[in-house]
Write a protein that binds this ligand. Structure first.
Ligand SMILES: NC(=O)c1ccc[n+]([C@@H]2O[C@H](COP(=O)([O-])OP(=O)(O)OC[C@H]3O[C@@H](n4cnc5c(N)ncnc54)[C@H](O)[C@@H]3O)[C@@H](O)[C@H]2O)c1
Length: 296
């Protein structure tokens, strides 16, 4: 049977484990030649600098009859991003798909955030997405286009306790998706955003998950088809959209603008306050938790 990515070349960053590994294996199964990037290391980004994790995933893909090559570069430098692209071009001659997925976690309440942690988290996630996307973007722009998925998070889109550094980076990536999708139209480059939810080493000790067997729907393998959809031609008509993909299923996450207060004349802060209750705050506070209507 034909694969959804037959003949395509895909780069996946941070694919030595967790979600990225599941994407790499599914993409290879669907016919893509895959660049598996990962520089190893702990969840907080310490102790990195080996491509062993990436090589293991590549070995698994090859053993299953797929095509893949490992890359151990650091996503958070332009030199690293350029070398990841070079790995794809040297091994497979082109790139059609990029998934920016690599990430680390250094959670602290805002008051306890250190400058070092702030800089490192922003560097790996936000700058890392820039450093990997830019060289690939330039190549795609000159070679007929392609598709990208950039990894955001509900932590940045809705907010989450103890994750100011991470949330700031992930909200920044949302902004990149929106802007790049507009600029990409001209070059046939589609850019989609992902807010995943899965049981990985990043989330395994969250309150409620610790000491519990993972729900089978929470495995990275259940997020991978959503990402495959976004990078494949099944989503050819879509760009600039953010999909939440988790054990709750797949949904679109949107910025909501409410009705406004616009009297068409200069106004005072008191007038804004009087109108605010009626016009701004009529969206249920937890709008993101609204459930899809039950099937009839
Ligand atoms: N798991 C979730 O529920 C969840 C929720 C929201 C967002 N995310 C995002 O999904 C992505 C994948 O997360 P995961 O849960 O699979 O975590 P993970 O820790 O299992 O995987 C992240 C991978 O990125 C690699 N990495 C870290 N820094 C790197 C760098 N500088 N260069 C190259 N590789 C690097 C790590 O070695 C690791 O293998 C991350 O961007 C994360 O923020 C995950």
């Amino acid at each position: 049977m034909a694969g959804l990515l037959d003949g395509k070349v895909a780069i996946i960053t941070g694919a030595g484990g967790g979600l990225g590994e599941a994407y790499a294996k599914l993409f290879a199964k669907e016919g893509a030649a895959v660049v598996v990037n990962d520089l190893g290391g702990a969840r907080d980004g310490s102790g990195s600098g080996t491509s062993a994790a990436a090589e293991k995933v590549v070995a698994d893909i090859k053993a299953a009859g797929g095509r893949a090559v490992a890359n151990g570069d650091d996503v958070s430098t332009i030199a690293g991003g350029e070398n990841i692209l070079k790995t794809a071009l040297d091994a497979f001659g082109k790139v059609d798909v990029l998934v920016c997925n690599a990430g680390i976690l250094r959670d602290k309440t805002f008051a306890n955030t250190s400058e070092e942690d702030w800089d490192k988290v922003i560097k790996v996630h936000l700058k890392g997405t820039y450093c990997c996307a830019l060289p690939v973007w330039k190549w795609m722009k000159d070679n007929g286009g392609g598709s990208m998925v950039l990894t955001s998070s509900t932590s940045g889109l809705y907010g989450n306790f103890g994750q100011t550094n991470y949330g700031a980076a992930k909200a920044g990536i949302y902004g990149m998706v929106r802007v790049m999708s507009i600029e990409g139209r001209k070059y046939n480059i589609r850019v989609m955003g992902l807010a995943p939810g899965a049981y990985t080493r990043m989330t395994s000790d969250l309150p409620g998950r610790k000491d519990r067997e993972p729900d089978p729907l929470s495995l990275p393998e259940n997020v991978a088809p959503g990402v495959l959809f976004m990078v494949s031609d099944l989503a050819a008509e879509h760009s600039g959209k953010i999909l939440g993909v988790s054990s709750r299923g797949v949904r679109e996450i949107k910025m909501v603008e409410t009705e406004g207060f616009a009297p068409g004349r200069p106004y005072t802060a008191q007038e804004v306050a009087e109108n605010a209750a009626q016009v701004f705050f009529d969206v249920p506070e937890n709008v993101h938790r609204l459930k899809a209507p039950a099937a009839a």
